[in-house]
Design a protein around this ligand. Structure first.
Ligand SMILES: C[S@@+](CC[C@H](N)C(=O)[O-])C[C@H]1O[C@@H](n2cnc3c(N)ncnc32)[C@H](O)[C@@H]1O
Length: 228
């Protein structure tokens, strides 16, 4: 794959073989997606759900059987990703938004559940902080923000070790090295992960309380945060 000029075009291209590529390129991808739904409290019954950076809909696919009556909003900058969602969720009532996070108007006090799978690392720290504030305001009291991502800053002393392990993982599925080369080009251009502790601080500064954290090899992490 060739690196594109912007994130929307990048994921338009990536959408073609998306799920298989993610499984082969992202360690713990399926576990971290499952964590987003399995950690929700037993009696939790969200009415309004927002999937931020929905991609081809892998998280919403897990949410729909659990909450069939909820209203869903699926947002992504990539038109092709949204097209894949529209194709597979034909019989469900879903609102679609082709938009960058920064341009989306978050309704205040509206959502019960906001999810994000591997989409927020595309935002630099400043945008993440702003987004966390919007997410907090946009949730109702008792609402949950549940997300999974790579959580380590590129300047962290453990980052080279992470890359080494990640490369070994990718080589198991794509031994010719081409995929890893593409991942690293994509990573340089479009990915801005931040450390877990920083993200927890930013979330707590907005008023969130931590519900649950699950990490694989320390940096591939799921977080659930509650607006009390
Ligand atoms: C790695 S994919 C994850 C998709 C899906 N959530 C999943 O877990 O498989 C990241 C998605 O976020 C979208 N995205 C990245 N940055 C974005 C931004 N700033 N605004 C809106 N969408 C964005 C991309 O287009 C892409 O579909």
């Amino acid at each position: 794959m060739k690196i594109q000029d912007n994130i929307a075009d990048e994921f338009n291209e990536f959408s073609i073989n998306y799920t298989n590529d993610m499984i082969g390129c992202v360690p713990y991808y399926l576990d971290l997606l499952s964590n987003i739904t399995t950690g929700l409290p037993k009696q939790f019954n969200p009415k309004n759900i927002l999937d931020l950076g929905c991609g081809n809909g892998n998280i919403t696919t897990k949410l729909l059987p659990l909450f069939p009556k909820a209203s869903y909003t699926l947002l992504d900058a990539s038109q092709e990703m949204i097209n894949l969602c529209k194709k597979q969720f034909q019989n469900n009532s879903i609102r679609y938004e082709v938009s960058y996070f920064k341009d989306f108007i978050f309704k205040e006090d509206h959502y019960d559940l906001i999810v994000a799978g591997f989409s927020l690392h595309h935002c630099e720290a400043k945008e993440k902080k702003e987004l966390f504030q919007k997410i907090y305001k946009s949730l109702k009291k008792g609402g949950i923000f549940s997300y999974s991502d790579l959580m380590i800053h590129k300047g962290d002393s453990a980052h080279p070790k992470l890359l080494k392990k990640w490369k070994a993982y990718v080589h198991e599925s794509f031994p010719d090295g081409e995929k890893w080369k593409w991942i690293m080009e994509h990573y340089d251009e479009f990915d801005f992960p931040d450390n877990l502790d920083d993200q927890i601080d930013w979330l707590k500064n907005n008023g969130f309380n931590k519900l649950r954290r699950i990490s694989y090899e320390k940096f591939w992490t799921h977080l659930s945060m509650l607006k009390e």
